[in-house]
Design a protein around this ligand. Structure first.
Ligand code: NAP
Length: 240
């Protein structure tokens, strides 16, 4: 029997666009109450309308996940309004382009502070509430680039490898608190981050869409509490 998600409370970082937005909408349809974090108030415009149309309960908070103080405040505001969180989806992430020799240190700082320290700050803020409840789900979005380095992706790849390492260690530490930590390593998904990157990028049937990933996340969250998927790699079937 799958468990119902009705009435659960989820925080999604980067919940305003792309994979985070699609996941927020899919969770809202399951009756989940939402806290969404992104850096710009404006980026919430479209999801706000869609969630209101669905009659969803949600709160948006502007914070940069790389900034610990901003994260603590945003999580506090969200928990004050929704209560302790059941689900955390660490999804906010940024990319960068350039070979190792081209990439300035400032780009390394931006990518690592968002993609790695962002996960650390948000998880640190949310975890105590989950431990108190003796239950929770944390899904960290890494990438296929977290399994394999490719030309021009040293900083992004390093950040996504780090997400896998920290997720697996955290998983081992908190499974005794009934907290399920899992990590997803999707290949190309058509979003603002990747638009135009695939050779067939104008053909939505050729690539995994954000909604497909959201559907997978829902099915994973619905698994009986006694079991979970540790890592999952969602790929496009025939993107050629
Ligand atoms: N698309 C792909 O092919 C793909 C594949 C594998 C993994 N991923 C991973 O999936 C995640 C989501 O990617 P996406 O393609 O959906 O990206 P996207 O369309 O660019 O959306 C990124 C989201 O994160 C927010 N965000 C970015 N930096 C932030 C920060 N410092 N603090 C708070 N929010 C921040 C953005 O809002 P603001 O700009 O307003 O802050 C936006 O809501 C990322 O971690 C990415 O690495 C993507």
């Amino acid at each position: 029997m799958m468990q119902s998600l009705q009435g659960k409370r989820a925080l999604i970082t980067g919940g305003s666009r792309g994979i985070g937005k699609a996941t927020a909408i899919a969770l809202a349809k399951e009756g989940v109450e939402l806290g969404l974090i992104a850096r710009s108030e404006k980026s919430f415009d479209s999801i706000r309308l869609e969630l209101t149309d669905l009659g969803a309960t949600f709160i948006t908070a502007v914070a940069d996940v790389s900034q610990e103080k901003e994260v603590r405040k945003a999580v506090k505001d969200i928990e004050n309004k929704l209560g302790n969180l059941d689900i955390l989806i660490n999804n906010a992430g940024v990319g960068t382009n350039g070979t190792f020799q081209e990439l300035p240190t400032t780009e390394w700082d931006k990518v690592l502070s968002t993609n790695v320290m962002g996960v650390v700050h948000v998880t640190k803020a949310v975890l105590p509430g989950m431990i108190e409840k003796n239950r929770g789900d944390i899904i960290n979005i890494s990438s296929m680039s977290g399994l394999k380095g490719t030309k021009g992706s040293s900083a992004y790849s390093a950040s996504k490898f780090a997400v896998i390492g920290l997720s697996e260690s955290l998983m081992q530490e908190v499974r005794t608190n009934n907290i399920r930590v899992s990590v997803l390593t999707p290949s190309l998904v058509e979003t603002d981050l990747t638009r135009g990157k695939g050779s067939n990028s104008r053909n939505p049937d050729k690539y995994t869409q954000a909604e497909d990933l959201a559907e997978y996340i829902i099915s994973q969250l619905k698994l009986e509490q006694r079991t979970f998927i540790k890592t999952a790699a969602q790929w496009g079937t025939n993107p050629f």
